[in-house]
Write a protein that binds this ligand. Structure first.
Ligand code: FES
Ligand code: FES
Length: 162
């Protein structure tokens, strides 16, 4: 059946089964930042950003997202929000292999946008939702805190807690 999706600010009609995982549909459309991993919501390789959350697209049937704006890493990489995060990751020596980088980057974005980057436990809790063999929690917490500070300075607002 034809399903209309909003992906990266483009409206597309997709011929697919309603129960097909969103991750499979996105890959078929060429959004290869969405990777095939565990297919159980555990590894973060298929992460997208939707409804203010980083979410595993392997767990979402495509019919459930008709009215949502889906953002993939391809699009997010063109934003200044992304540059804040990669800049902080570089400065703190975080290196991602590319397997679950969408998961890490969108989790960082979600944490920063939630306004709680100074609360270490909140960050740790969010990061533990999926495993990653490239990074450890402590350096990531440091990197995300720095990314939040970089964003705060760029935006010049009190949005992030000052
Ligand atoms: S493939 Fe979706 S979380 Fe692992
Ligand atoms: S970035 Fe997570 S396993 Fe490499």
């Amino acid at each position: 059946m034809l399903i209309r999706l909003n992906i990266n600010h483009n409206s597309l009609s997709i011929d697919c089964r309603p129960d097909e995982p969103l991750s499979a549909v996105l890959r078929r459309l060429g959004f290869l930042s969405v990777k095939c991993g565990c297919a159980k919501g555990l590894c973060g390789a298929c992460t997208i950003f939707m409804r203010e959350r980083s979410v595993p697209s392997c767990l979402i049937p495509v019919s459930a997202v008709r009215d949502a704006e889906i953002v993939t890493l391809e699009h997010f990489m063109q934003t200044e929000d992304y540059l804040d995060i990669v800049s902080a990751f570089r400065k703190t020596g975080i290196e991602l292999c590319g397997f679950c980088n969408a998961g890490k980057i969108f989790a960082a974005h979600e944490i920063i946008e939630s306004g709680s980057p100074r609360e270490k436990n909140t960050i740790m809790e969010r990061l533990r939702t999926f495993s990653c063999s490239c990074t450890e929690d402590e350096p990531l917490v440091h990197a995300i805190t720095l990314a939040a500070e970089i964003r705060r300075q760029r935006l010049g607002s009190i949005k992030y807690g000052r």
